[in-house]
Design a protein around this ligand. Sequence first.
Ligand code: CS2
Ligand code: MN
Length: 354
Amino acid sequence: MEMGFRWFGSNDDPIKLQQIKQIPGMTQVVGALFDVPVGEVWPKEKIASLKKEINDAGLKMDVIESVNIHDDIKIGKPSRDKYIENYKETIRNLSEYGVKVICYNFMPVFDWLRTDLQFDLPDGSNVMSFELDKLASDPQEMIDRVESNSKGYSLPGWEPERLSEIKRLFDAYKDVDEQKLTENLKYFLDAIIPVCEECDVRMAMHPDDPPMPLFGLPRIYKNREDMLKIEELHESKYNGFTICTGSLGENPDNDVPAIVREFVKKDRAPFIHTRNIKFTSKTDFHESAHLSSEGSLDMYEIMKAMHDSGFDGYVRPDHGRNIWGESDRPGYGLYDRALGATYLNGLWEAINKA
Ligand code: CS2
Ligand code: MN
């Protein structure tokens, strides 16, 4: 297992690479180029300079999160072929710089969705939360709420230029149901996986967050059954998953350790996000510190499932709390994710030695 930390780049992340390097056991930075518009080729020079910056700080860049998928690919428009060609070139370019895993998602319009970005916990910290009856009836209202709560940071998956076109986007997805979206994913995978095989770059699809349809938009990676279907779309270990324990765990019917066990054993899960969440009702939850006792997921069981099934991929702490007065990007502060990484490393060492 290799531990990584998501970083938004020196222009947009208040966290310094040196600080990340000082977290014990941290070897990887999970980065991305945030200034390349979705659908365009990631230029080699930009990849090279990001890698150099990370390497100069004594860290590695084996995992990219995310190379986002253009909506035309998800919708299945004729113009998708052009964007797929660009995606292939990005894969080739990344592989030249040693990238081994690309995390991506296939969610229409929204990436993750929360109803509160600063939900107060009794200890004075705050986290992101989801309450079904706070979900706005109009998606635009949701966007406004997220934007006005993001403390001025750009949030991953909520690129303003895309969301400003929300009405047009919803319209474009009008005829895309689960089946159509799955077919479009297959079309994409059939085209890019041969390139991944040639370049030794593994695709790792991120689950839908939360794992349920919202605003009538289809969701196709919600649970184990969906994973089995996606696997079959293109049989290759390069067609893999990011197992985000928090996202999948947001549906209490998902047995997260069992999912980890099954897909790690099959060598289909090169990347794992270890996030904990706490249910406040069957449908509502807030994110929490990583510790099992602070949330509803048993992180020991999850790490044990990884360990017992021979996990040798990449892992990163996922969303953390805002603590100690840090002025952070919601979910992505330094302190709580550093505590999370340390805790996960502790669990891993104990399991390893037992
Ligand atoms: C999120 C996502 O759970 C997470 O890691 O913050 O934005 C995630 O990075 C994307 O869905 C991956 O494509
Ligand atoms: Mn995640």
